[in-house]
Design a protein around this ligand. Structure first.
Ligand code: PLP
Length: 466
């Protein structure tokens, strides 16, 4: 290693790609191709569009990573961030507080449902989930219930990448070489209505899925179960929408057994479904804890929050409790990130972005459903500005490998035409910026239709039956 290095002022794009391959380990890197993966270099963005190094324009189908609610290039956001950097870039949340973090805590408490009035700031979604689970540990230790710690989670649920959050994640567990805290968690089977047995009604499926939770509690013993963690919609698992009534019934079960209900709203909060939070406004439940991140700042800066109900706080505190809530991050309540969140919420309020989502979502969902005319499409799912296209598992004439590849094929076909989607094995998901207009929704779905046409032809030409 050299003592100093001088980087060229304007490295060529080839040099930058080489450095990226050699020195940057990206999230979820395919390790068989480590140092061979080429990541798409993006240079700038405006509204719902991104531009790459060659100047090619793309619609940002995934809205960054489910997060760019207000769109790119907001000057007022840049100004608010710059002003706060100059005024006060940082101060320790251990010993001091700041106006932005205090005002944001109050704002979130006002927007959150019921008695969820207590905000712990984190660095993102995973650390919000970690904080929620540690809060459950803390509360049960305070109550002398040292065994009541097991978390019930769900297959296909995604909760993050720190040790605890990854441990309660039910996705792709077998493909990882990372260790997980298996003693802490039990998983309920897939709740996707699409995988229910043929002929089973949706209401019977809901009964079965609710029974899965009850049976698991009986098996483990309610005295050992501390929390149920659930995304209102399982987003990274493929935009899986639980059957009607599921949320309310599972919450009632948790209440009956004194099990904390943690609603992981890292994707669904801040407008994705046309509301600040989906738990109460969309699904009619008031959880004990809500975790959020992503859309809180529209991705302009990293920030998450764990919002804890008064009921839980009361059980963690008391005159004789001299212990510390020893959980926290150097950047908890970071004033610049909190200013970004406040500005983001202000923009959403001033521009009526929640109302816009509620108004535009039916058109988005109508265009989405129309894609089921393609033979290679097995299921179409979505709500608000969330969508997933899942390939059909038994497309005649194609191989299993080709079917598994539908996400990647669709991604390539869309990419060519200036649309980014997020491929997930045999699925493609998208969640565009919330400011998307009707004309832009049409532009996006016109591209998707052409791309599906191409993939269908490709699969028919190259697929071989297994
Ligand atoms: N929870 C949910 C529901 C998520 O979708 C994600 C990220 O996609 C996380 C938690 C983790 O958030 P982060 O990547 O900000 O740590």
């Amino acid at each position: 290693m050299a003592d100093t290095t001088t980087l060229p002022n304007e490295p060529s794009s080839d040099t930058l790609s080489a450095w990226d391959r050699t020195h940057q380990l990206h999230p979820w890197t395919a390790m068989d191709a480590w140092q061979e993966n080429d990541y798409h270099p993006i240079e700038s963005a405006e509204g719902i569009y991104l531009w790459d190094a060659e100047g090619k324009r793309y619609i940002d189908g995934p809205g960054g990573m489910w997060c760019v609610q207000i769109g790119y290039g907001r000057r007022e956001m840049a100004q608010a961030i710059a002003d706060q950097v100059l005024r006060l870039p940082y101060t320790s949340p251990w010993t001091t507080t700041t106006d932005p973090s205090t005002m944001l805590a109050k704002k979130i408490a006002d927007l959150a449902p019921g008695d969820l009035n207590n905000v712990f700031f984190t660095t993102g979604g995973s650390t919000a989930v970690d904080t929620a689970l540690r809060t459950m540990h803390f509360m049960n230790n305070a109550l002398g219930r040292r065994e009541k710690k097991i978390v019930i989670a769900r297959e296909k649920g995604y909760h993050g990448s720190t040790y605890l959050a990854a441990s309660v994640t039910g996705k792709e567990r077998d493909k990882s070489r990372f260790d997980l805290e298996k003693r802490l968690v039990r998983f309920l089977p897939d709740i996707n209505p699409y995988v229910r047995p043929e002929g089973m009604s949706l209401s019977d499926w809901a009964d079965a899925k609710v029974a899965d939770l009850e049976n698991m509690i009986i098996e483990v013993g309610a005295e050992n179960v501390g929390a149920f963690i659930a995304e209102p919609i399982l987003c990274s698992g493929g935009v899986i929408i639980p059957p009607e009534g599921y949320h309310k019934r599972t919450l009632e079960i948790c209440r009956r057994h004194d099990i904390l209900y943690i609603s992981d709203e890292v994707v669904t909060a801040f407008g994705r479904l046309g509301h600040w939070f989906a738990s109460e406004d969309v699904f009619g439940i008031t959880p004990d804890i809500i975790t959020c991140a992503k859309g809180l700042t529209s991705g302009y800066l990293p920030l998450g929050a764990c919002i804890i109900s008064d009921r839980v706080m009361e059980r963690m505190t008391g005159p004789e409790e001299k212990v510390l809530f020893s959980n926290g991050y150097t950047y908890s309540g970071h004033p610049v990130c909190c200013v970004a969140a406040l500005k983001n919420i202000e923009i959403m309020e001033n521009e009526g972005i929640l109302e816009h989502v509620r108004q535009i979502a039916p058109h988005f969902q109508k265009r989405l459903r129309a894609l089921d005319r393609f033979g290679i499409v097995g299921d179409i799912r979505g709500m608000g500005l969330l969508a997933c296209i899942e390939g059909r598992p038994d497309t005649p004439g194609t191989s299993l490998a080709a079917e598994r590849n539908v996400g990647a094929l669709l991604d390539a076909a869309c990419d060519k035409r200036g649309l980014l989607v997020r491929p997930l094995i045999n699925m493609a998901v998208f969640s565009p910026p919330l400011i998307i207009t009707k004309a832009q929704i049409d532009e996006m779905f016109d591209i998707l239709e052409e791309a599906l046409e191409e993939v269908q032809e490709q699969m028919a030409a190259t697929g071989t039956p297994d």
